[in-house]
Design a protein around this ligand. Structure first.
Ligand SMILES: NC(=O)C1=CN([C@@H]2O[C@H](COP(=O)(O)OP(=O)(O)OC[C@H]3O[C@@H](n4cnc5c(N)ncnc54)[C@H](OP(=O)(O)O)[C@@H]3O)[C@@H](O)[C@H]2O)C=CC1
Ligand SMILES: O=C(O)C1=NCCCC1
Length: 315
């Protein structure tokens, strides 16, 4: 098999060529279902490790996983450096190492930034498909960075929005993003989410950016930004009154400030809904807390690698 002893190096540009958001939504949706059914799918995924680098207020994350169904083995290394905001260096830098499971050889070293940006939005889109009303018309985005952009792209593939609203801490970043999509910039988060059907919180904030009182009954919220136990984006009233879904129960209980600080009750993993084992409650207020799970990267990296290899006539 080509490349086993001589790993492919795949740049962000190359990885992007083989990623299609629609396809990714399907692949990530299946991986979330598999994650909730580890016995049949053979998924192995320990809770990731974050190494805090206190001197720079940054993190290095190590995210390994294996899917027996896909026979895909990979680990992502991700740096989270909020201090890079406003510089040429992104706040998230990631590399994915893809291995040949049968012998442990490294098959590819690929850029992980594009995959991280797109697969996270794909996971939210998959959750939204099950948890939001089908006739959702107003999308509100809190935050205006990479995830904000990919979330608008992914959700716009599934819904015919009449209005997309953006609020972010810095008006200039919200305005620039809004310009790309013909969205409306709001003066406050409260204004952005008023009567919205689908809300995404995609910020680095450590304290709530979304209050339960602002959210319309029956709306769906994707809470994506708070991925460490000391940060939360949602108010206690929201996680108390809504039905709360997570990507990984094990991960959420260790890493999610929205769960831990708010003492929120997890109703289900979204994978359990995908498998038809738990109810979706489309007409109630629902929250999907996304922490990001390695298996999303594993299946995305395998998809990119397989498509690349096929395109080169390799095997
Ligand atoms: N769940 C998952 O799978 C994943 C989650 N994430 C998380 O999603 C979040 C967004 O990531 P990404 O879009 O790539 O990051 P970016 O750096 O591209 O954007 C960050 C956004 O957060 C806003 N922001 C930063 N600090 C604060 C603050 N203290 N209060 C309110 N808003 C703030 C910024 O606002 P402005 O520019 O207007 O000042 C900006 O809009 C991060 O927390 C990240 O760790 C990332 C990857 C995967
Ligand atoms: O899943 C990921 O990838 C990340 N999640 C939280 C923040 C860093 C990246």
């Amino acid at each position: 098999m080509a490349g086993i002893r001589n790993p492919l190096t795949m740049s962000a540009e190359t990885v992007s060529k083989y990623l299609d958001m629609r396809e990714l939504i399907d692949v990530v949706e299946r991986s979330l279902g598999d994650l909730s059914d580890k016995e049949s799918s053979g998924i192995e995924q320990p809770v990731r490790t974050f190494v805090p680098v206190k001197k720079y207020q940054s993190l290095l994350g190590v995210m390994p996983g294996y899917s027996a169904k896909d026979d895909a083995l990979a680990t992502k290394l991700v740096s989270v450096c909020p201090q890079n905001a406003g510089t040429d260096i992104p706040t998230h830098l990631a590399t994915i190492l893809l291995f040949e499971p049968s012998n442990g050889c490294l098959k590819a070293i690929m850029d992980g930034e594009v995959i991280t940006t797109m697969r996270t939005a794909a996971a939210s889109a998959a959750a939204t498909k099950y948890l939001a009303r089908d006739d959702s018309k107003i999308l509100a985005i809190i935050g205006a960075g990479h995830q904000a952009r990919s979330h608008i792209q992914a959700l716009s593939l599934l819904y015919d929005f009449t209005e997309v609203r953006i609020w972010s801490r810095t008006k200039a970043t919200a305005t620039a993003l809004a310009h790309e999509f013909g969205a409306r910039v709001c003066e406050s988060a409260e204004e952005a989410v008023k009567d919205a059907d689908i809300i995404c919180t995609v910020t680095f904030s450590a304290t709530p950016v979304l209050q339960g009182e602002w959210v319309k009954a029956g709306a769906h919220v994707n809470a994506v930004g708070a991925c460490i136990a000391s940060s939360r984006e949602l108010s206690e009233s929201l996680t108390r009154d809504a039905i709360v879904y997570v990507d990984s129960r094990e991960g959420a209980l260790k890493e999610s400030g929205d769960i831990i600080i708010n003492k929120a009750e997890i109703y289900a993993e979204v994978g359990e809904v995908i498998l038809g084992r738990k109810e979706a409650f489309k007409h109630k207020t629902t929250v999907f807390i996304s922490l990001g799970v390695a298996i999303e990267d594993v299946v995305s990296a395998k998809l990119v690698y397989d498509k690349y290899v096929a395109s080169q006539g390799m095997q």
